[in-house]
Design a protein around this ligand. Structure first.
Ligand code: FAD
Length: 504
C-alpha cells in the first residue's frame, strides 16, 4: 500500500456516506478559485481538501496564526523559559473519522496522537468513576458501564423513566430533533429520573463538556452527543492527545502541505464582508474575487460578516435570517498553571469534575506534551490546566482561575501545597450555543446563496458529529458541494452509524 493510499485509510467502523462516482475526474480540469474565510479546523480542512483536488484556494485568517480555538502560541515564563500555550486541552476521540483523515495527510499513522489512559470523573460527594477502558462496541460499552458504575445500581435505577431512556438509544436525525429540540437538556434529564448520583457523575458532566448549560441547551443536541460519543460509536469513550503542542504537530505541518499544494495562506487578513459574485473584502479595503466562498469563521464572526454584507443579505434572505439566529454560549475560562512540584503520580492526564461551582476539568500537560514535560522534568514541577465551561458571564478570567485553583485544592489536596511559578488565564466567548428550538433555524453547509458554503462546529449537520469533528465533517461537505458543482469526484465522508441501536 502506498503512503498516499494509507493516508486515506480510516477506521473499519466508519460508515461511508457518499457514493463516489469513480468515472468523474479526481481533480479540477479548469480553473476554479475558492476563498476560505477562517483558519481553524473547519477552514484549514476545507482549504486542504479543495487544494488537493486542484482547486485554487485563498485562505484568509484574521489572527496571526492558524488554528482558531485549537491554536497554540509561545510564551516566556517568569523563570525565563519558553513554553507553548493554547486555548485548552483537547481530547481527540477515535470516532473523529473526518478530522483524523485530514490529520493523516500530515502524519499517515497518526503517530503524534497518544492514547490517554483513564477518563475519571471526580467529585467531593461521591467516589471517583472512570469512563476509560470500557469495551468499544455498543451495547457492550453501555452494559459494562452499568456493571462497573456504582451510580447505576439496579436498585437505584428503578425510578428511571423507561420511554425517556429509550430515546437515547433511538437517535434519528429527523425524529430526535422533532421530539426533543423543543425541550431543554435539563428537562430531559429531569424526565429521565436518574438518581442524583448518576446524574451528577455521568450525565451532568457529559452535558456540560459541550460548553452549554443543560438548562439552555436543546435536549435533541444532547441526545445526539450521547449517541455520537458513547451509545453508537464502536470506539467507546477512548481518546488520544497530541504528544506536543498543536502548533508544532498540527498547524505547521498542515500549513506546509497547503503551501505545497499552491494555496495562498494569508494571516492577519480580517474579512469585513462578502458579496455575491463572489467578492471578499478585507478590513482595509483589499478585495479577493473567487468562484466560491467557504465561510468557516467562529459563530459570532460568521454572523457579523453576513450582517455586514448588504448584497449577500438581499441575494440570500434565508441565509441572512438563519445567520441572525446563530448564538454563542456562556464564556469558558482556561487557566494554565506552571507549579513548583508534581501532583500525585496516579492522577490522570484528563479528569472531569462534577458539581464544583467553577472547575469543570483538570488536564496535566506535563504528562501529555513534550514541551511541558521537559519543563516539568527540569524544574520537578507540573503543568496543570483548569477549565470552566459555560461559566459565570460576570466573572473575569483571573477571578475564575483563582476560584478553580481553590476548588482543585479541595479535590486534590496536594495542589494546596504547590507554589505557582507562572500562570496564564483567558476567557473565551466564541463557543457555539445550541439553545432549545435552534435546530429549525440553524443554517446548514449549503445555503440559498449559490456558491457560498458554511463550515464550523456550529453548522447544522445531517449526521451525528460534534466539536472538532463537526468542524472537519462540515468542511468536507462544503468541499464536496464545490467539487460537485464542477463535476469533480467527491470526497468520501464518514460517520458513526447515523441511527440509534434500537432503530433498524
Ligand atoms: C477550552 C476548549 C476545549 C475544547 N476541548 C475540545 C475537546 O476536547 N474535543 C473537541 O472535539 N473539541 C474541543 N473544543 C472545541 C474545538 O476547539 C472547536 O470545536 C474547534 O476548534 C472549532 O473549529 P472551527 O474551525 O469550527 O472554529 P474556530 O476554531 O473558531 O476557527 C474560526 C477561525 O475564523 C477566524 N475568523 C473569525 N472572523 C474572521 C474574519 N472576519 N476574517 C478572517 N478570519 C476570521 C478566527 O480567527 C478563527 O481562527 C474545545 C474548545 C475549547 C475552547
Amino acid at each position: 500500500m502506498t503512503a498516499t493510499r494509507r493516508a486515506r485509510f480510516t477506521s473499519r467502523h466508519a460508515r461511508r456516506l457518499i457514493a463516489v462516482d469513480r468515472s468523474l475526474p479526481p481533480v479540477a480540469e479548469h480553473r476554479v478559485h475558492t476563498v476560505v474565510v477562517g483558519g481553524g479546523i473547519a477552514g484549514v480542512s476545507a482549504a486542504l481538501l479543495l487544494a488537493e483536488r486542484g482547486v485554487r484556494v485563498t485562505l484568509l485568517e484574521r489572527g496571526e496564526r492558524l488554528g482558531g480555538r485549537l491554536a497554540a502560541w509561545p510564551r516566556t515564563l517568569a523563570d525565563g523559559s519558553h513554553q507553548m500555550v493554547g486555548h485548552g486541552f483537547h481530547a481527540f476521540f477515535r470516532q473523529y473519522y473526518n478530522w483524523r483523515n485530514v490529520l493523516r495527510r500530515v502524519d499517515p499513522s497518526l503517530g503524534f496522537l497518544r492514547p490517554v489512559r483513564g477518563y475519571p470523573v471526580i467529585s467531593r460527594d461521591w467516589p471517583q468513576e472512570d469512563f476509560g477502558a470500557l469495551p468499544g462496541t455498543p451495547p457492550w460499552s453501555l452494559l459494562a458501564l452499568m456493571a462497573r458504575s456504582p451510580s447505576l445500581r439496579t436498585r437505584q435505577l428503578r425510578h428511571v423513566d423507561g420511554p425517556t431512556s429509550l430515546a437515547l438509544l433511538r437517535y434519528s436525525r429527523e425524529e430526535t430533533y422533532r421530539s426533543f429540540d423543543s425541550i431543554s437538556a435539563a428537562t430531559f434529564l429531569d424526565r429521565l429520573g436518574m438518581p442524583d448520583r448518576a446524574r451528577a457523575m455521568l450525565f451532568d458532566v457529559f452535558a456540560h463538556s459541550f460548553f452549554n448549560r443543560a438548562a439552555d441547551m436543546s435536549a435533541a443536541e444532547m441526545i445526539m452527543q450521547f449517541h455520537f460519543y458513547f451509545l453508537r460509536n464502536a470506539e467507546g469513550l477512548g481518546f488520544d492527545a497530541p504528544d506536543d503542542d498543536y502548533e508544532t504537530v498540527i498547524w505547521q505541518p498542515l500549513a506546509a502541505r497547503l503551501e505545497k499544494l499552491g494555496a495562498d495562506i494569508r494571516t492577519g487578513a480580517a474579512v469585513d464582508r462578502i458579496e455575491p459574485g463572489w467578492t471578499v473584502t478585507l478590513a482595509g479595503g483589499q478585495q479577493v474575487h473567487a468562484d466560491h466562498v467557504v465561510l468557516a469563521a467562529d459563530p459570532r464572526s460568521a454572523r457579523e460578516i453576513v450582517a455586514a454584507s448588504p448584497g449577500l443579505v438581499r441575494h440570500a434572505p434565508r441565509l441572512a435570517a438563519q445567520m441572525a439566529t446563530v448564538r454563542t454560549t456562556a464564556p469558558y475560562v482556561v487557566s494554565r498553571v506552571w507549579a513548583d512540584r508534581d501532583v500525585e503520580p496516579g492522577r490522570a492526564v484528563f479528569t472531569s469534575v462534577s458539581r464544583e461551582p467553577t472547575l469543570d476539568s483538570v488536564s496535566l500537560f506535563h504528562r501529555a506534551e513534550a514541551g511541558a514535560a521537559q519543563w516539568a522534568h527540569r524544574t520537578h514541577g507540573a503543568v496543570v490546566e483548569l477549565h470552566e465551561y459555560a461559566g459565570d458571564p460576570d466573572a473575569d478570567a483571573d477571578t475564575s482561575a483563582r476560584r478553580m485553583w481553590e476548588q482543585l485544592g479541595g479535590l486534590w489536596p496536594e495542589t494546596a501545597r504547590m507554589r505557582i511559578v507562572d500562570s496564564e488565564s483567558r476567557l473565551g466567548d466564541d463557543a457555539p450555543a445550541f439553545p432549545v428550538g435552534s435546530d429549525a433555524t440553524r443554517p446548514g453547509v449549503s445555503t440559498d446563496a449559490d456558491g457560498l458554503h458554511l463550515a464550523g462546529d456550529w453548522v447544522r449537520m445531517p449526521f451525528p458529529a460534534a466539536l472538532m469533528e463537526r468542524s472537519a465533517a462540515s468542511a468536507a461537505l462544503a468541499a464536496n458541494a464545490i467539487l460537485g458543482r464542477h463535476g469533480i469526484r467527491p470526497l468520501q465522508v464518514y460517520s458513526v452509524p447515523p441511527r440509534g441501536l434500537l432503530i433498524r
